[in-house]
Design a protein around this ligand. Structure first.
Ligand code: SF4
Length: 367
């Protein structure tokens, strides 16, 4: 099976693990790729669901790693590939000067990405009628696995150690939305400024579009190299149903913000995360992707993975065929526009572990 199709299938179904202790610990709940495990397959490190409902019934089984750390992947008992697991990062063993374990400040994503949620609270998360149905930002906070606000000093300390001890290559800073004005841009600026003063590490910041485009210049001046403003869903009906609070910022504002941000950060350095499988058709996602690519925005399309404890925990994941119908033409569109994940300075698009998109890009490039 071609690598991009295998990764696509593993991310859709998830896998059963013969040894759940293999590799770095996986997180349950929280923001980002929760309920996943990082695995390296054919040189690509990807996040594969392991704690979701569909993963428990998956036809894919990853056997216990051998003495060399290599694990066999089986499909209905037939060996179809091999995987290794990135190890537990060394910086997880340390604590900040003020006594907080580093792993509560930031975590390793994929192979070489340091990821943090600067503010673990969100104005959208406070009421069931407003919360994004897929999000579990409050869960890891309630479970004591993280802290509500990571200070600039804490972030700088952890980032420096993660570079020195584990060779991380870029950093993702996301945030819950603290207000309806800057929508997180201000706290991302002070965080990035502190990290950049401590260590030379490319940073992607992620937030909703702020109410004033001047924030983009301030973010860039603070040391933010790339920006993510995440649509999540592309049609107004799906947005209103899945994320009733966040949908109060209309698609038109996203479009205007993208157009203002691209000249500041550069073509291909502004991206958006689109969750496929929440109700948007492949045609709607591809039409949106075409519009975004035309203005220099990288559309990072990811299969939706339900997280335990959220209102969507039993929502099905998209099938491999559904994802293939999006990712193959999308990779061709990106190639045609000369936008490449490998040119992104930092962030989810560059990491690519939550989607098979970059593997499709490579396969298209090779062809
Ligand atoms: S794609 Fe983004 S969310 Fe997924 S593992 Fe990479 S950095 Fe984390």
């Amino acid at each position: 099976m071609p690598t991009e199709r295998l990764i696509n299938a593993l991310q859709s179904y998830g896998v059963r693990l013969a040894d759940s202790r293999a590799g770095a610990p996986s997180r349950r709940g929280g923001a980002g790729p929760s309920d996943h495990k990082a695995m390296t397959i054919a040189g690509r490190t990807v996040m594969v669901p392991v704690h979701t409902e569909s993963a428990f019934d998956s036809p894919f089984l990853v056997r216990r790693p051998d003495a060399n750390g290599v694990a066999v992947i089986e499909h209905d008992g037939v060996v179809i590939g091999r995987a290794t697991f990135p190890g537990k990062p060394r910086f997880y063993a340390l604590s900040t000067f003020d006594g907080v374990p580093y792993s509560k400040i930031a975590v390793l994503h994929g192979r070489d990405v340091l990821a943090t949620t600067v503010l673990q609270t969100c104005i959208r998360y406070q009421s069931r009628t407003k919360t994004c149905q897929f999000c579990s930002i409050g869960q890891s906070l309630a479970a004591g696995r993280t802290v509500a606000h990571k200070s600039p000093e804490q972030l700088a300390e952890v980032a420096r150690a993660a570079v020195l001890l584990d060779g991380v290559k870029h950093m993702v800073m996301t945030t819950g939305t603290p207000n309806a004005t800057d929508r997180g841009a201000a706290v991302l600026c002070e965080s990035a400024f502190a990290v950049k003063a401590a260590v030379d590490l490319p940073i992607q910041a992620q937030c909703e579009p702020p109410d004033d485009d001047r924030w983009f210049g301030r973010m860039k001046a603070s040391g933010i190299d790339a920006l993510g403003m995440h649509l999540e869903a592309v049609t107004p009906e799906v947005r209103a149903r899945i994320m009733p609070g966040k949908a109060s910022v209309p698609l038109e504002r996203y479009q205007a913000a993208f157009e203002a941000a691209v000249p500041v950060f550069g073509r291909g350095q502004v991206s958006t995360y689109i969750l496929a499988g929440l109700g948007d058709t492949p045609e709607a996602i591809l039409a949106m992707a075409e519009r975004l690519i035309a203005i220099g925005v990288y559309p990072f399309v990811v299969p939706f993975v339900p997280i335990s404890g959220t209102p969507l925990e039993s929502h099905p994941t998209p099938s491999p065929a559904f994802m293939h119908a999006i990712l193959e033409p999308l990779a061709a569109m990106l190639a045609g526009a000369d936008l490449r994940s490998t040119d992104i300075k930092a962030g989810c698009g560059r990491c690519g572990a939550c989607s098979a998109l970059s593997t499709y890009e490579r396969a298209g490039g090779a062809a």
